[in-house]
Ligand binder design. Sequence first.
Ligand SMILES: [Zn+2]
Length: 273
Amino acid sequence: MDASPDTTPTTTAAAPDAPSVPAAPDRPDRPDRPDEIVPGIWHVPFPVGHVYLVRLSDGGFAAVDTGVPGSAPVILEALAAIGGRPDALRQIVITHSHIDHMGSAADLVAATGARVLAGAADAPYIRGTATEPPPDLTSPEQALLQQVAEGMAAAGTPPLRHVQVDTELHEGDTLDDWPEPARVLHVPGHTPGSIALHLPAAGVLFTGDNIGAGPDGRIVLGPFNTDRDQAIASFRRLAALPGVDTLCVPHGTPLRTGAARALREATPDTDWL
Ligand SMILES: [Zn+2]
């Protein structure tokens, strides 16, 4: 499918009863300008679940993921710092249904009118019309998940609000208003409907949680998978993509360059065991 008809820019105002999210002022000094990891792609870091902003061909922006609930003001501030007013956010691409990826989508839609795009198999969990399947955890993952949950609670993370999905994405779709046609890859295993986005000419891959960077910078299989074997197969598929140089990972430090080697040296079969 050519997804462009479904991703028409919109400037729809927030519904009157929608919670308002304060937009950051357009400060001329822009002290919080996010890191432009490759031309036209910015990294907005969070303790749990990074967000990436992408400049679209019409001058608007897309957000890849939205952080935990409560992250919208920081995302809008980052957008302002790179020259985007709230209504310049045209698209929100959610790589999968977990709270640290879809958590602030509802607030961002209310503030910007952006359209939401997500993998078809995760769309019911994002909308809240079905309960997402729990992860099948290894022992180290159980400890890590508890640590993450405690950290989110200690940070006063607001409750999750579900959000509509305007466009359900499938394997082989392309997002044509991106800097180059972005290929949608269905990479199940972390969740049933996880997606990755591949920009072949730029050599950029948005991995979703199928791939992460560990504390030592090593590229690892993402933890908390609903189907570990399927996630490993998806990892291997992404690792075999030709010409990938930059990894936009949601957890850990993004890899500006050298992704091919890092992926070659990864050992997803034994990660988190
Ligand atoms: Zn996840």
